[in-house]
Design a protein around this ligand. Structure first.
Ligand SMILES: Nc1ncnc2c1ncn2[C@@H]1O[C@H](COP(=O)(O)OP(=O)(O)OP(=O)(O)O)[C@@H](O)[C@H]1O
Length: 270
């Protein structure tokens, strides 16, 4: 699986992270990290365990508040906003550890992703039944499109908790897509998957980026996939940005080889 090199993101930054630091007591999870992601870009964050990748995603989604620095979405400062408010403004995300409602059907889990977009609450829904009904149908149509896209139609009525790990990851992606996000944050979308499931997931991520026009920020440990499908890659180590560039530039970066790929300096010389 790889990208179509003719499709390039435009230069407009849809997400800007400015000088973000985050501490937990004595632990500095992030130190002065800045980067921006262009509209239409597939941007990956890599780094060794504990490098600060998930902390960065949590700062972007609003789960964590940075100790200092700013997060801008489409030019607006969202640093002080709640995760729900950010979702309404166009941020969708998946989690490293699955966060589906196990007892609910696949379809209903995905519908949860649309709920913050529902304009009619129970009261107005009762008063304006027709409008509410139309709105509900429009949301169902979007959910159906996502179900078709991710090829999960045969399991739409299944309880999410009964599915294989790979399928649950796919349903989680569906729910994040249901927010109709400008930027979708994917936390290790391929973790725990077999090769075939990884290939499927890589294809879906490329298609949602290229065909659905979603900007993607992804954390992923599988270097092969990251280097194949990303437009650009940022490398974190001990909470600091140590490299950012095209996949081939990052692969060739000596500091990255030492810090992340486990190639020591003697080997490089030899
Ligand atoms: N809620 C928290 N409370 C205390 N320390 C935390 C918390 N979350 C993260 N940390 C610490 O912050 C640092 C960065 O952790 P983080 O989970 O962001 O790294 P990561 O790169 O995502 O790691 P992994 O690849 O293992 O998921 C680590 O030292 C971690 O122990």
């Amino acid at each position: 699986m790889s990208r179509d090199p003719s499709i390039v993101p435009d230069r407009h930054p849809v997400l800007e992270v400015r000088d973000v630091s985050l501490g937990f007591g004595g632990v500095r999870a992030l130190t002065g990290v800045s980067f921006s992601v262009a509209k239409g870009e597939l941007f990956s964050i890599i780094g060794p365990n504990g490098a600060g990748k998930t902390s960065m995603l949590n700062c972007i989604s609003g789960r964590y508040r940075p100790s200092s620095g700013q997060i801008l979405l489409d030019g607006s400062d969202v640093t002080g906003l709640s995760p729900n408010r950010r979702a309404t403004l166009g941020l969708g995300r998946t989690f490293q550890n699955l966060a589906l409602f196990g007892h609910m059907s696949v379809q209903d889990n995905i519908m949860v992703g649309r709920h913050h977009l529902l304009k009619n609450n129970a009261l107005t829904g009762a008063l304006y039944w027709l409008g509410a009904r139309r709105e509900e149908l429009a949301h169902r149509r979007v959910v159906e499109e996502i179900i078709d896209f991710l090829e999960i139609a045969p399991i739409r009525k299944a309880q999410a908790g009964t599915l294989s790990y790979g399928l649950r990851k796919r349903v989680e992606l569906a729910r994040a897509m249901a927010v109709s996000p400008k930027v979708i944050l994917l936390d290790e979308p391929m973790a725990g998957m077999n090769l075939e499931e990884k290939e499927d997931m890589a294809r879906f991520i490329v298609d949602l980026n290229e065909e659905w026009g979603m900007t993607v920020v992804m954390i992923e440990h599988d270097m092969g996939v990251v280097m194949d499908i990303s437009h650009r890659v940022m490398v974190l180590e001990f909470g600091c940005k140590i490299a950012l560039g095209l996949p081939e530039e990052v692969m060739a970066n000596d500091r990255v080889k030492v810090a992340y790929l486990g190639i020591d300096e003697d080997e490089q010389v030899a």
